[in-house]
Ligand binder design. Sequence first.
Ligand code: 5GP
Ligand code: ZN
Length: 115
Amino acid sequence: MSDCIFCKIARGEIPCRKVYEDDEVLAFHDINPAAPVHFMLVPKQHLASLADADESHAALLAKMLLLAPKLAKEQGLSDGFRTVINTGRGGGQEVFHLHVHVIGGGNIPPMVKRD
Ligand code: 5GP
Ligand code: ZN
């Protein structure tokens, strides 16, 4: 996807504050952090959302999820963190390249407010 912003970041065409990189996965800090630590894990291969994943992505998804606690700890989140995957417009997704948010530090409020 030539015009996808996270593909451009994965190709190095747009700079990012890198947290981790291997041949399949890139992690970088969110440009507009929701908490003191806020980074995202993305596959280097374009995949629009979790709803577009299939069996062929199983190992990649497992790798990303297993990296999350490792990288969170490296970023100082020894007390825990929140992972968020927004999927589709109904899920509040804004960038249509799959990403796993890792958010922590400071005060993390309940995820869903109930009356
Ligand atoms: P979504 O709402 O799709 O789950 O999250 C998209 C996230 O990408 C937002 O938190 C937003 O701040 C972040 N973002 C959008 N554009 C850029 C960018 O160019 N660089 C970085 N590092 N983050 C971005
Ligand atoms: Zn992309």
